[in-house]
Design a binder for this molecule. Structure first.
Ligand SMILES: Cc1ncc(COP(=O)(O)O)c(C=O)c1O
Length: 289
C-alpha cells in the first residue's frame, strides 16, 4: 500500500502523468524516514528538513505537519513489516513543459514504505570498502532534491568495483559521500565538515554529533583535507539506512588498521542504544541524546 495525492492504493495502481515535473525536470524534493518497530525515528527533524528543502526550491508545503504525521502513521500501520524506510516525495506537479514554474499546479505527493535494510552484522563487524571521487554536483547539496543524477553517477563508480560508497572531495576538502555523510577519526578526535551548502544536513549526522557531545567524545566541526581522510585512523559513513558504518578501505588502501576501530565500536553501540530509547518512548515523543 502506498500513498498518492490523498489516496492509499496498491503500488501497481499508483500512476503519475508523464508531464509531472518530477519526471520531466526532476523538479521536486524528498525525505527518507527510518521507522523501527513501527516508530519513526527523528520525525520532527525529517519534517523540518522537508520544509527547508521545499523552501529551497520555492515550493509551498502541500500539507501541515499534522497531515504529514497522520498520513505517515496510516502508511506505517498498513505495512506487514515492522522496520520501514518511508519515502516522502513532493514534486511541483503536472504542467505543460516549460522551465519556469507553472501557475496553479497542484504538487504531487507520493509516499511509500519499504522494508528497512540496515547493514548486516558481517558488514558492521568487518567494515566496508569505499572509493573516492571529485564532488562535481551542484552547489545546493543542502537541498534534498529528487534530481539525483549527480549522486547516482558517483555511487555507480563504487558499485562497479563492489564498494559500498563513494567519498567526495571538492577543492581538496571532504564534503560527504554519494548517499551519506562522512566522519574521520584521528587520535581519538572525531572530525566532520560543518553544515554548508556543500553537504546534506544529515539527520543521522546530527544524532552522531549529539551522541558524541553527550558522551564526552571529542568532536570537531571543520574543513577536513583529503590527505587527512586518507591518513585517518577511522572513517565512518552515516545515513538513515546505513546508520553508522566503518569504512576500512579507501581506493584499495587500508584505513588505519583495516578494521573498524574503537571509536566506531563505541559510536555504533551508542547509536543502537539510542534507537532502543526512541522505540521504548513510543511513536509520538521526541527523544534527545
Ligand atoms: C547525499 C547525502 N548525504 C547525506 C545523507 C544522510 O542523510 P540522513 O542521515 O538524513 O539519511 C544522505 C541520505 O540519503 C544523502 O543522500
Amino acid at each position: 500500500m502506498v500513498f498518492l495525492n490523498g489516496r492509499f492504493l496498491p503500488i501497481e495502481e499508483a500512476k503519475v502523468p508523464v508531464l509531472d515535473r518530477g519526471f520531466i525536470f526532476g523538479d521536486g524534493v524528498y525525505e527518507l524516514v527510518p521507522v523501527y518497530s513501527r516508530v519513526p525515528f527523528r520525525l520532527d527533524e525529517h519534517l523540518a528538513r522537508l520544509e527547508r528543502s521545499l523552501a529551497g526550491v520555492k515550493m509551498r508545503n502541500p500539507y501541515s505537519q499534522a497531515q504529514w504525521r497522520a498520513t505517515l502513521y496510516r502508511l506505517i500501520d498498513a505495512q506487514p513489516f515492522q522496520d520501514q524506510g518511508v519515502y516522502f516525495q513532493v514534486t511541483r506537479g503536472v504542467a505543460k513543459r516549460d522551465h519556469s514554474f507553472p501557475q496553479g499546479a497542484e504538487p504531487t505527493v507520493f509516499m511509500m514504505a519499504n522494508p528497512l535494510v540496515t547493514p548486516p552484522r558481517e558488514l558492521v563487524e568487518n567494515g566496508a570498502a569505499a572509493v573516492t571521487a571529485q564532488d562535481n554536483r551542484w552547489l545546493r547539496c543542502d537541498i534534498k532534491s529528487i534530481s539525483l543524477i549527480g549522486n547516482c553517477l558517483l555511487r555507480q563508480a563504487s558499485a562497479e568495483v563492489g564498494a559500498a560508497e563513494t567519498i567526495l572531495f571538492r577543492d581538496g576538502k571532504l564534503t560527504e559521500a554519494s548517499a551519506s555523510n562522512v566522519f574521520a577519526v584521528k587520535q581519538g578526535v572525531i572530525l566532520t565538515p560543518p553544515k554548508s551548502n556543500l553537504i546534506l544536513p544529515g539527520i543521522t549526522y546530527d544524532v552522531i554529533c549529539e551522541l558524541a557531545l553527550a558522551n564526552g567524545l571529542p568532536l570537531e566541526f571543520r574543513e577536513v583535507d583529503e590527505s587527512e581522510v586518507r591518513a585517518a585512523d577511522e572513517v565512518w559513513v552515516t545515513s538513515s539506512s546505513k546508520e553508522v558504518l566503518a569504512i576500512v578501505s579507501l581506493d584499495g588502501a587500508k584505513v588505519g588498521q583495516g578494521r573498524p576501530g574503537p571509536a566506531f565500536a563505541r559510536m555504533y553501540q551508542l547509536y543502537q542504544e539510542f534507537k532502543q530509547k526512541v522505540m521504548r518512548a513510543g511513536k509520538r515523543e521526541a527523544v534527545s541524546a
